[in-house]
Design a protein around this ligand. Structure first.
Ligand code: CAA
Length: 379
């Protein structure tokens, strides 16, 4: 067993940490208040190679691998969860196109995502009536000559306004259940695809979360990703990787909460000494650090298995459920350590808790992760 990072992985970690501290963290609070999509920093991140990390260099990505990807997202999540979720979804889409796409689709989309020409990619699975039960989706795609015609509504779509390309799941065979689902690559500006609502959220407010409506949206037949009927598996296996991304983001947020709590505990004086000298606070910090490390190890283990080409569905769900719930606990404890100051905007920890509330919901709720884990256990 080797827990050491390679020199390349350390370099990626260091490079992203520097970028996140210098360029992302300073704007995170303002972005949260203004709910402004961070197009400028995302473009710079693409220039650093951070939007195509899971795609090999020969296919137009930066091929840094799943472990380096997890390390990078930990640094981004530590600075700003809006940047982190936008980056992780974009990488999931870029990798999905690489894994399932044709050479034409590779050539058309991967360079645009990798270079930042597209500010983001988006992943449209969820519908008003199909959340955890994603297989019950109702959007349709009917073949019409050289085209498919898409109809339906997708909700909670990250970066739906800005994405250059959206992976959209729709039924090509209404009678075939989950085996009738297919995936299409729909480009921004395609007539018939429109943003019908922008969500106002509790946290991660600079990430764009929208409802997308498809009304007789015609896409060329070669927009199909993979084969007809493979769509459910394409979306679920993409989400396996996505869940490592969300676990990594959550480790970053947990780290930010722990650092804020530690700094505050050393500065804040009560009973004639810093509160860090009180055992009650020391125990809290020790528990936070231990849980963070456990989440980090679970996440890196899942990433390591993925990088090795081994099955990792179970490990990704374990990492996701543990890391996301961990960061909620740490954000809450960070507020508790700050006392009343934790509840006001002067300190960042109230934002951390608001941001943390999303991660147990998207890319599969905690309940769905436990379902995946127990199914594997009992199979
Ligand atoms: N990878 C590949 N294939 C998979 C798979 C995986 N991880 N999990 C299941 N499958 C396959 C199964 O093997 C099965 O194939 P066969 O029919 O050939 O045997 C097929 O898919 C159907 O499997 P199930 O019957 O087990 O599927 P299910 O309906 O019971 O669903 C589920 C399983 C785990 C509950 C799944 O629906 C799920 O993960 N739900 C949560 C959806 C989710 O995470 N949504 C988030 C959307 S994205 C988002 O949050 C917003 C954003 O912007 C990113």
């Amino acid at each position: 067993m080797d827990f050491a990072l390679t020199e390349e992985q350390k370099m990626v970690q260091e490079m992203v940490r520097r970028f996140a501290e210098n360029e992302i963290a300073p704007v995170a609070d303002e972005l949260d208040r203004s709910e402004r999509f961070p197009a400028d920093t995302l473009r710079k991140m693409a220039e650093l190679g951070l939007m195509s990390m899971l795609v090999p260099a020969e296919a137009g990505g930066t091929g840094m691998g799943a472990v380096a990807y997890a390390l990078a997202l930990m640094e981004i999540g530590r600075a700003c969860m809006s940047h982190a979720v936008t980056t992780s979804v974009t990488n999931m889409v870029c990798e999905g196109i690489y894994r399932f796409g044709t050479p034409r689709q590779h050539a058309r989309y991967i360079p645009r995502i990798a270079s930042g020409e597209y500010p983001a990619g988006a992943f449209a699975l969820t519908e008003p009536g199909a959340g955890s039960d994603a297989g019950s989706l109702r959007a349709t795609a009917e073949r019409d000559g050289d085209h498919y015609v898409l109809n339906g509504t997708k909700v909670f779509i990250t970066s739906g306004t800005h994405a250059g390309v959206v992976m959209v799941a729709a039924k090509t065979d209404r009678d075939a259940g989950k085996a009738g689902i297919s995936v299409f690559l729909v480009e921004r500006g395609t007539p018939g695809m429109k943003v019908s609502r922008k969500e106002e959220k509790l946290g991660q407010r600079a990430s764009d979360t929208v409802e997308l409506v498809f009304e007789d949206c015609r896409v060329p037949a070669d927009s199909l990703l993979g084969n007809e009927g493979d769509g459910f598996k394409i979306m679920l296996s993409s989400l396996d990787g996505g869940r490592i991304g969300i676990a990594s983001n959550s480790c970053g947020l947990g780290r930010a909460a722990l650092e804020a709590a530690t700094t505050y505990a050393k500065d804040r004086r009560q009973f004639g000494r810093p509160i860090a000298a009180l055992q009650a606070i020391q125990c809290k910090l020790a528990d936070m650090d231990t849980q963070l490390e456990a989440a980090r190890l679970l996440t890196l283990r899942a990433a390591h298995k993925k990088e090795r080409g081994r099955p990792y569905t179970q490990e990704a769900s374990m990492a996701k459920v543990y890391a996301t719930e961990m960061c909620q606990r740490l954000a809450r404890e960070a507020i508790q350590i700050h006392g009343g100051y934790g509840y006001v905007r002067e300190y960042p920890v109230e934002r951390y808790l608001r941001d943390a509330m999303a991660v147990t919901l998207y890319e599969g709720t905690s309940e769905i992760q436990r379902l995946v884990i127990s199914r594997n256990l009992l199979a």
